[in-house]
Write a protein that binds this ligand. Structure first.
Ligand SMILES: C[S@@+](CC[C@H](N)C(=O)[O-])C[C@H]1O[C@@H](n2cnc3c(N)ncnc32)[C@H](O)[C@@H]1O
Length: 144
């Protein structure tokens, strides 16, 4: 997953997304969720398969007002570069300590402290038997 050319997962996904309406549907779902879901209690989260992270960052911006720690687990190198830039340049999550693990969920070493929330946005489909045991691991890492 260390590709640096246009065949990287990031570039292929970006091209695909130019042909669908995922972003507009997603944003309207976020508005809906923000009105129904109280996630004020969430202080920390881990997000798996973030890609470049726009959707997870937008989710955190709108629904996690008290977030202080955000850990991302993503194996694709180009996506990680874009994610880092999104975290850093736009200061989209002020006051939030961000950590990126450039690895897949199966190889991820876990977090030091339990987290409140685990996010799998469009990434659960990568499930394999070992990923599934990773999900169990995630369950064990969460506080509730
Ligand atoms: C369809 S993209 C979703 C990106 C982002 N979450 C979103 O909703 O826009 C799936 C992402 O999962 C990552 N991925 C694939 N296999 C993975 C694995 N075993 N562990 C963690 N992430 C994985 C890919 O590199 C890719 O960035």
């Amino acid at each position: 997953m260390a590709a640096t050319d246009d065949s990287s997962y990031r570039h292929l996904l970006a091209e695909y997304r130019e042909r669908d309406n995922f972003d507009s549907v997603y944003l309207s779902v976020l508005d809906d969720l923000a009105a129904k879901l109280d996630l004020d209690w969430v202080r920390s989260c881990v997000a798996f398969g973030t890609g470049s992270g726009e959707h997870e960052i937008e989710f955190a911006r709108r629904l996690l007002p008290n977030l202080t720690r955000f850990t991302a687990v993503e194996p694709d190198h180009e996506s990680v570069k874009a994610l880092r830039s999104h975290f850093e340049s736009a200061r989209q999550l002020p006051g939030v300590e961000t950590t990126i693990a450039e690895t897949c969920v199966e190889s991820w070493g876990g977090v030091q402290k339990p987290v409140d929330l685990a996010l799998f946005f469009n990434a659960r489909c990568f499930s394999t038997p070992s990923t599934t045991s990773g999900v169990t691991l995630v369950g064990n890492c969460c506080t509730s």
